[in-house]
Design a protein around this ligand. Sequence first.
Ligand code: NDP
Length: 291
Amino acid sequence: MTGSLILKPARWEDRALLYSLRLSAPVNRKEHKMHPMKLFDLNGRVVIVTGGNGGIGRSLALGVAKAGASVAIVGRNEEKNQQVLAELGETGSPAIALRVDLSQRDQHGPAMQDIERQMGPVDVLINNAGIVSLSGGILQESAEDWDNVIETQLNAVFLFSKLAARSMAERKTGKIINIGSMYSYFGSAVAPSYSAAKGAIVQLTKSMAIELAPYNVQVNAIAPGWFVTDMTAPVRSPELKEMNDEILSRTPAGRWGKTDELVGTAIFLASQASDFVTGAMIPVDGGYSIR
Ligand code: NDP
């Protein structure tokens, strides 16, 4: 009876044979010898951080530089660019700073060419530059403010990624990391354009991830919770105390994030460690999004 054959427990000799077969299966010895921490090594990688002179961007730029990457930061304010460039210099990794306004589309192409000329092909693009309009809602927000936010937070991400992705796809390697937000998940009554742009970033990330996966280009996003930067300074002012209290009580960690706490996730997504991770949105939020 076939049934009894299936139910019959394997004899110990059969088990021993199976075991020895498993042992003799080819093993990629080289892979096993590599230290796992090498997976996070960014030596030799060229990384662009847009908005690299600001709160989160500065931490990410310094973090990837310390992990060995050559870094190009992009921002409008030359003084801030130079300050962060000096700090990058102290890491010992090659670094450049470019004065670029990403809301001006004609500046994208020349900026990318300049970076590639000075540093070589781009391995990682971190789309971090951003602005917010705390307009108070759609009844107050002007069309001009809406356009400015969407242009910087969404259109520039699409256009700059397009430039980077073309060369990454040709070389069959690359990583694009987009910066989302808690407003990628939730609506905002005070900053509708910001919420619309950050919501769209999730779907843009997934769409690019699907399209570029066959070219070995991974596209992921980080969704920061509430971090101490210039952008969020108004929320910590006495005028918005109620909002600040609500943030603190809703965040299980019970505090604001420090920008350096985003570095580990960025290095993971920029490195070989995440080669089979794509289209993901990783919250780094002290638990804010789980309530
Ligand atoms: P900051 O205001 O500290 O930094 C914003 C950065 O973007 C600056 O480097 C700024 O440089 C750059 N930038 C803005 N507009 C442009 C532009 N048109 N062209 C080029 N660079 C530009 O804010 P954060 O560090 O907080 O924000 C960084 C990103 O993180 C943003 O996308 C933000 O939406 C997102 N985020 C922040 C959170 C937080 O809690 N802080 C939470 C969730 C998401 P410059 O002015 O010199 O151009």
